[in-house]
Write a protein that binds this ligand. Structure first.
Ligand code: ZN
Ligand code: ZN
Length: 399
């Protein structure tokens, strides 16, 4: 039996007019009419979810146990090899002035030459610690520290705002001192390399701001969890563009094929994702598909774009792939209402379709209809339990 988990990132909204409510979604409507619906509180009622913790919960891994900071997921998603007790950070290439004051956290959001700049920082060594650096999307990347005695108990170098000086990393517990010191040495050496790099000269010639600093944040220490396949006896695969989601999936041992054209932005190629799902479903039981654009539009406060993303997902993805599965689950990892421009704790409409569920009155996947749906209010960790029962792999509790 094949299961599809389709996550529209941040798809929930607030208020009377929501993106799911407004969007024309004939294919999702069809599933909603014959499926069962409800409201999902990914991490529990009133908890504002991060995308990383929420995805762990959706995969059935309690974030209170498994979440060790976002850096590790980002590094995984970037395709870096992590060993037990390695420490990873999320990075931006940004811009600082001569006094190390951050003038742009995203290097003008212009990716020109950033591949070369990230590559120039790869493979450094500080004593017994090896450094790996990898460019992901736009200005973003991952930084991996590999060696003995590392810890995630360190502060960020990214001040998270412009007009503020680049921060020095500090230990927040004694075991973080080595890591903080290496992060500071790396940041300094990286600045020297970036300043002189031809790719930055080229950026300047084209009138673009220099990408002359690495801003690091979200330290995470890695340890290997029980894999998705060991835990559920299901072979899982992830079809996504964004590094974070690929990282969360790789962390639990799903296969994560590269999907050219899946960018993790609002311009992602959903045709490429459809083709990737058609390939992946042949030799996997559980296909996790992630679309980021809905969340990005929510953060930008762009309600129309968010609505259009939902319509595109319905037309270009759901229309083609739903028929390949016996179980179809469609929901989001949290709400990102355009009115709030951030993640909120509002529960997210969820649809669970299987030939043999108890259909409810909801005829659409949207806030107003799903809030009275037959699943009621569930949490992220419930989802895999529901799946296991329907695929016949649940273990009875008791006799
Ligand atoms: Zn998210
Ligand atoms: Zn978000």
């Amino acid at each position: 039996m094949k299961t599809l988990l389709l996550i529209m990132d941040g798809v929930g909204d607030r208020g009377k007019q929501t993106s799911l409510g407004r969007a024309r979604t004939p294919h999702l409507d069809k599933l909603a009419k014959t499926g069962i619906t409800g409201m999902l509180h990914p991490l529990g009622r009133g908890v504002v979810p991060g995308s990383d913790t929420s995805h762990l919960a959706l995969f059935g891994y309690d974030p209170k146990v498994y979440y060790k900071g976002r850096g590790a997921f980002e590094a995984f998603g970037a395709g870096l090899e992590l060993k037990d007790k390695d420490v990873a950070f999320r990075t931006n290439l940004g811009t600082v002035d001569e006094n190390l004051v951050v003038t742009d956290r995203r290097a003008g959001r212009d990716p020109l030459g950033l591949d070369e700049l990230y590559a120039a920082l790869d493979d450094m060594e500080f004593g017994d610690v090896m450094i790996k650096v990898k460019h992901t999307v736009e200005h973003r990347g991952a930084l991996l520290l590999s060696g003995p005695g590392l810890s995630a108990s360190v502060t960020n170098t990214d001040p998270h705002e412009v007009g503020v000086k680049l921060l020095r990393s500090e230990a927040i517990a004694p075991e973080g001192e080595k890591t903080a010191s290496i992060l500071n040495q790396f940041t300094e050496q990286a600045s020297a390399i970036l300043a002189e790099h031809p790719a930055n000269k080229m950026r300047q010639e084209k009138g673009k701001v220099s990408a002359n600093v690495v801003l690091s944040r979200g330290a995470g220490i890695y340890f290997k969890p029980e894999s998705f396949e060991e835990k559920y006896r299901l072979k899982g695969v992830c079809i996504a563009g964004g590094a974070l989601y690929k990282g969360a999936a790789r962390y639990v041992g799903m296969d994560v094929p590269d999907v050219p054209g899946a960018t993790g932005t609002t311009s992602t190629d959903l045709g490429a994702k459809t083709a990737a799902v058609e390939r992946a479903v042949r030799d996997h039981d559980f296909v996790f598909v992630h679309v980021k654009g809905t969340d990005a539009a929510g953060h930008d406060g762009n309600a129309d774009l968010k609505c259009q993303m939902v319509e595109r997902i319905d037309k270009e993805l759901v229309a083609n792939i739903a028929k390949l599965f016996e179980i179809v689950i469609v929901t989001g990892d949290h709400s990102t209402p355009p009115s709030a421009k951030r993640h909120t704790a509002d529960p997210v409409p969820i649809l669970f379709w299987h030939d043999d569920v108890r259909p409810d009155a909801a005829a659409r996947l949207c806030e107003s209809e799903c809030m009275t749906g037959g699943l009621g209010h569930i949490v992220g960790l419930d989802i895999m339990n529901l799946v296991l029962d329907y695929v016949g792999k649940a273990k009875m509790f008791g006799e």
